[in-house]
Write a protein that binds this ligand. Sequence first.
Ligand code: MN
Length: 381
Amino acid sequence: MRFIHTSDWHIGRQFHNVSLLDDQRHVLEQIVTYIKHESVDAVVIAGDVYDRSVPSAQAVELLDDVLNTICSELNVPVVLIPGNHDGAERLRFASRQLKQAGLHIIGELEQITHPVVIKGSACEVAFYGIPYNDPETVRSQFKIDIANHDDAHRYLLSRISEVMSEQTVNVLLSHCYIDGAEASESERPLSIGGADRVNFEPFEVFDYVALGHLHSPQHKAREHIRYSGSILKYSFSEQYQKKGVTLVDLDEKGFKTTQFLPLKPLREVRIIEGELHTILENAKSDPGYEDYLLIRLTDRNALLDPMGKLRESYPNVLHLEKPGIFESRAQQLDREKLRHGELEMFRDFFKQAFGSELTPEQDQVISATITELNKHERAAL
Ligand SMILES: [Mn+2]
């Protein structure tokens, strides 16, 4: 049995108010290519398929296209669970009918004890899925006394173990935060104050655990308890992460290997740090000029419309930080220094606006004007 484990597609997500639909379509097409070339028996998606519980029409259309290609054109079954971003009630629409077409949406907690059984080349595998849930839902639905996500998870796993056969190969899909795993900035906390963590030990009985929620690909404690990570970088904190999907091989004895299949984004997510003129100079030979950028300017003097200038070379600058200017401002707190600062700032402004220094005459005029203005200001106090 060979399958692709992926999660956290977040279809419809915006990044600093820019729609990522084209970027998402671009990497989802690569997943389809992997499914073809690696001859996989199934695809599992461990939650956060959409970014919102009520996704946009365009987001629904994209998911519809991708699932149709995988299930109908390639004839590969898909097993998916909702994550904390998905609205389970909407995502599971028509799920009972869709089973016939090879699309298995495990969207209700009652379904946790009804695995999707898929026959692969080497063996048959039972895929169990736990749709994302919060402790309150589990408490009221099963009339049990539990305090947190770990309790809820242990309880649901105990229900699964009642029906699970150790004679078959078993895979679990879950959307949760394993204690000690590495988080990124683009995940929405499941609950405040660390009560969202679950322990990995109850997972050990499965032959493979396909996890979603954390956006960095990683395994936790055991090689077969794994997060595939998101398909794209959804925050600047992820600039050095490698995004992709996980190719999993199992045989009749259980876990064999995993392989990381990288996804190449349409535009990279990068942080560039430096002085404005250097950044603009380097931009001329930068092949990634369409990347999504956070630019951190280290200039210590005032700058005229740096965003406008940067966007001429880098159209997708999404955020600008000027730590250098804040530092130099902080050093000029006293009033006299601030006055001196005004002249300096004007000189910088002039140089950037006209491309040359003030002439001595102009410098004198502006300096006199600032002195005059300050005098009036003092008189007004
Ligand atoms: Mn997510």
